[in-house]
Design a protein around this ligand. Structure first.
Ligand code: CAA
Length: 392
């Protein structure tokens, strides 16, 4: 069935609450994150102190109701905050995004009341870190073909989990993980189940931290499960519904990644405009040259188009129902825009853009992941085209 294109509103209204959040997050990000971002990129340390502060501000559980320890706000608030944090540092925004969408969104939507109380509240406050684990060494884009297994024990009390998961964002530090693994391999994607696993239990083994091109302060690793005993009450949703849960969660996650991509694009763009005004060559500011003006015009246009697609996805999500198409379009366009803009901004800066003295090279390296994680640009195109062609 071809999904009907939904009405595309061109404006979005910010409430006083949104404006106040935006100002608070902008001030925090510029004062507390911008000055340390270079250091954490250089060392690859996990910025636990700022993450805790972000938790105190409610940024680790923006859409979680206040009674569960969150900020009780909406997806628009999440996106606005994400843009500001990513503008200061993509690594911080990655940690924030995994806690908010990949980890908490699934728990909020599919968790029992007990699971929500136990596993959302400490993560929404920033006291604990959450992660989401779908990918395996031999199963990335083709997410349904996983080799890890969970087998119910004879007493029917625990699933025994074995296998290796890879590219787990926050894997080296996560306290809790929403894990997808195969409970019935004969059923393909309908044999996958989601579990909430605790890191401090026997059989949970963290692999080595991945050395990465960008988002170096956001820790990524393999996770190994060696006869890990997961109680049946920690099944998230129903047995066999894990793949749909994983995909539903990724729809929400992809809006967050789109916002993150827009944030880093804005940071690079603003630096480029300032530089084009100040840097002089051939007797005038380089912004006077048409080749620089063309870059500025294209960067600005793509940034605003990405913002509209993100707002479109936010509105589709807030309207209810599936918003797979809107989320994929926003993620695809915003991440491609982030690459375009960070590259052009670096180019406008010339040699200075290539130097570690300015953050341009970090923006460029950090932006690159947005075209890969939570579904590559190729997967987003596949998702969009399949929906339009009625192939799913
Ligand atoms: N919402 C709800 N249900 C969905 C869905 C969605 N968004 N997408 C698919 N489904 C359902 C389908 O309707 C279908 O259900 P039925 O069988 O009942 O009809 C079922 O799931 C299977 O769907 P497909 O046949 O389309 O599945 P597929 O195997 O062809 O794969 C895919 C589809 C879109 C390519 C999917 O595998 C995919 O998104 N791959 C990319 C995975 C990805 O993003 N990985 C990143 C992991 S997270 C990460 O990056 C690490 C990190 O820590 C940040």
């Amino acid at each position: 069935m071809v999904l009907q294109a939904k009405e595309t509103p061109l404006t979005i209204t910010l409430t006083e609450e949104h404006e106040a959040l935006l100002q608070a997050v902008r001030n925090f990000a510029q004062k507390e994150i911008v000055p340390i971002a270079g250091h954490y990129d250089e060392t690859g340390e996990f910025p636990m102190e700022t993450i805790r502060k972000m938790g105190e501000m409610g940024l680790m559980g923006i859409e979680v109701p206040e009674e569960l320890g969150g900020a009780g706000m909406d997806t628009l608030a999440y996106v606005l905050a994400m843009i500001e944090i990513a503008k200061a540092d993509v690594s911080h925004s990655t940690i924030m995004s995994v806690n908010n969408s990949l980890y908490q969104h699934g728990l909020m939507k599919f968790g029992t009341e007990e699971q929500k109380k136990k596993y959302i509240t400490p993560v929404a406050s920033g006291e604990k870190i959450g992660a989401y684990s779908l990918t395996e060494p031999m199963s990335g884009s083709d997410a349904a073909t996983m080799a890890s297994r969970a087998v119910l024990n004879d007493a029917g009390t625990h699933y025994i989990i074995n296998g290796t998961k890879s590219w787990v964002t926050s894997g080296p530090v996560a306290d809790y993980v929403v894990l997808f693994t195969m409970t019935d391999p004969d059923k393909g994607n309908k044999g996958i189940t989601a579990f909430i696993v605790e890191a401090d239990k026997p059989g949970f083994i963290r692999g080595k931290k991945e050395p990465k091109l960008g988002i170096r302060a956001s820790a990524t690793s393999e996770l190994m499960f060696d006869n890990y005993e997961c109680p049946v009450e920690n099944v998230l949703g129903n047995v066999g519904e894990g793949f749909k849960i994983a995909m539903t969660v990724l729809d929400a996650g992809r809006i967050g990644i789109a916002a993150q991509a827009l944030g880093v694009a804005e940071a690079a763009y603003e630096a480029a405009v300032q530089y084009a005004r100040e840097r002089r060559a051939f007797g005038g500011p380089i912004g006077g040259f048409q080749m620089i003006q063309q870059k500025i015009a294209d960067m600005k246009t793509r940034i605003e188009a990405a913002r509209m697609l993100i707002y479109n996805a936010v509105l589709a999500k807030q309207r209810g129902g599936r918003y797979t198409l809107e989320a994929s379009m926003a993620k695809l366009f915003a991440s491609e825009t982030a690459m375009f803009v960070t590259d052009e901004a670096l180019q406008i800066h010339g040699g200075m853009g290539y130097s570690k003295e300015l953050p341009l090279e970090r923006y460029y390296r950090d932006a690159r992941i947005t075209r890969i994680y939570e579904g590559t640009s190729e997967i987003q195109r596949m998702v969009i085209a399949r929906q339009e062609l009625g192939l799913r």
